[in-house]
Design a protein around this ligand. Structure first.
Ligand code: ZN
Length: 246
């Protein structure tokens, strides 16, 4: 952090550390992937760990960045290569307060096929777009030989455009990025994007699938939006009980 953190910033940092541990414990991130939160007092900044495995993140590892992806304190530890995902989404989406980027394994197949979109299949996944999650094709912006990573503001802005006003965008051959109006909502959505993808693949093996209607996505999202703390505190306890998060 740039200086003595305020109580609001300290609280945001503590919750961000918990989010890192939860996302690992729930199988959303592994050694890679990252989660950020918009700075509670500076809407033009965000908080994100230095480049390291999420399960190992501590409060001392959280850095403050501007929306261009520059660390506020120069010459510090290296940030994630793909930190531009976060800054450009915060820049484009004033409603977004938290961003999760992951390579969660059940989602990736939906990023590489045509004709089958990731869609809301159960009430817990009702936040997913009924039209299907958009897919970001990096070749359109980085050419045919990129490493598929979002390593510049230009690519981050293109990804943010692809996300649009939605909750999630898939990244072809790479992973996904999920946003929320709170950190707990973003974590919930990241976990249930992975679960929804797994359920959709299982259901498709059995036969034609009935997805939630547009009206049902609205109704289920409204009800679940009051319930994020229930899963948050369970997942937090599970993460703290895990040897990996001690
Ligand atoms: Zn990535």
């Amino acid at each position: 952090m740039s200086n003595a953190a305020s109580e609001a910033a300290s609280s945001a940092i503590r919750e961000l550390v918990d989010a890192n541990h939860i996302l690992f414990d729930q199988g959303v991130v592994d050694g890679f992937g990252h989660v950020s939160v918009r700075h509670p007092e500076r809407s033009d900044r965000f908080l994100l760990s230095r480049s390291m495995a999420p399960a190992l993140v501590t409060e001392a590892d959280i850095l403050e960045f501007d929306l261009d992806g520059n660390a506020v304190v120069p010459n510090g530890p290296a940030g994630y290569l793909e930190r531009f995902i976060h800054g450009e989404i915060y820049r484009k989406r004033g409603d977004v307060m938290a961003v999760v980027h992951s390579h969660s394994p059940s989602v990736v197949p939906f990023s590489v096929v045509t004709g089958t979109k990731l869609r809301p299949i159960c009430h817990m996944c009702g936040f997913l777009s009924g039209k299907g999650a958009p897919i970001f094709e990096i070749r359109d912006f980085a050419g045919p030989g990129s490493d598929l990573l979002i390593t510049s503001g230009k690519l981050g802005a293109a990804l943010a455009d692809s996300l649009g006003e939605g909750p999630a965008v898939l990244m072809r051959g790479h992973g996904s990025t999920v946003v929320g109006t709170t950190l707990r909502q973003a974590v919930f959505r990241a976990v249930y994007t992975e679960i929804g993808a797994r359920l959709q693949m299982e259901a498709m093996r059995l036969g034609p699938v009935t997805y939630l209607s547009e009206e049902e996505t609205i109704g289920t999202t409204k009800t679940i939006s009051t319930q994020y703390d229930r899963s948050w505190f369970l997942w937090l306890k599970a993460a703290r009980n895990s040897a990996m998060s001690r």
